[in-house]
Design a protein around this ligand. Sequence first.
Ligand code: GLU
Length: 441
Amino acid sequence: MPVVRFAPSPTGFLHIGGARTCLFNWLYARSTKGKFILRIEDTDITRSGSKYLEEILESLKWMGLDWDEIYYQSKRFDIYRQHARKLLDEGKAYKDEEAIIYKIPEDAKIRFFDVLRGEIAVDTEQLKDQVMIKSDGSPAYNFCCVVDDALMGMTHIIRGDDHIANTPKQIMLYEALGFKSPKFVHIPMIHGEDGSRMSKRHGATAISEYKKQGYLPEALVNYLALLGWNPGTNKEIFNKDTLIKEFSLKRVNKTAAVFDINRLSWVNGQYIKAMDIEKLTRLIVPRLKEKEYIKDDYDEDWLKGLIDLYKTRLPTLDHFANLAEFFFTDNVRYDQEAVDKFLNSDNAAHCLEKFKQALEKTELFEHKVIEENIRDLVKDMGIKAGELIHPVRVALTGGTVSPGIFEVIEFLGKEKAVSRLEKVAKKIRSRSAMFDKLKEL
Ligand code: GLU
């Protein structure tokens, strides 16, 4: 049975690269009915923090990457010492004060098999003696990693290729300890769009940060799977079950993957679009409460309808509060360019007034009825619909882009729509230096 592991060191948050490594291991285990082990590499007591550990576990749970077993290296120091002592007794290692150091055999060749790169051979001349137990009694990474990977029965080590230089050192230790070495899959790094290795400069890298910004775990998992794994088709939307069915190590790319936040946002938008409206509303409500756009007594049906109106336009959950802000406040944020273009004339004021009158006369305040009345008005005025609708959209929403204006008006409600149009028309008429003092609008 395949056995794989994800082995994070809790010396920092779980970032995009770590999450992808974890996902590939998890997918491999789930697709082969193997075992997925989480091993916390907390040997560096001073640098490991419980806040990082909690964050890592939280992020993995959030992404749905469940583990079959969990181990903490900090609880296994005796095991590492035992194995180091064995090598000492066999004369393969020596002591330097408290440290136990493995002596590299001379003139030997170390070979290992990488699933993506084939056989790799390194001369032992290129390696230095390896510290196994440091003088403070804690184990060194390359040593405890080998002891654990062997004792836990790993069949495959899937990890970032930043570890490839460690692998020959580890192979040597497998051999010295008499363990069979697993297969290795060194997955290419993730780069930013400028070609350099992914870092904070390329935007948020902590998984918790994406969560905060309103990315969905299923979208992130989908995107991360495609970051270095090639499904062999143009298909881009994969739920977890499909990923499990289709994932294979053979289709992991040999070159660096490029992280593209716009692609991630697109994938996220696809999941938001397809999401059940009840669930989507449940996810958005806390974000609106946080901004004090709604309180506990909000109108649920109204909100659900509004979210439904916007759900094809949301790259993240957070975008709803931004795009729909003008429904929740009368302090509409006006876009300067839009105002200059569409609200800068007496004719614009005239259009807003006419529109307002038509709304006042509309009894049944539903978008279809509103639209009919406005189409009549357009005919009466002998103008094009756009001439009327553009300034109205800017006056009501603050900008030039929104869902269908008649639906927007229905959701705003008669009172708000009418008073907003009136207010803006008055501002234009009075020309109270509005173009310098837009903030007052
Ligand atoms: N703790 C190591 C890391 O986070 C694990 C490396 C490995 O997978 O062997 O980089």
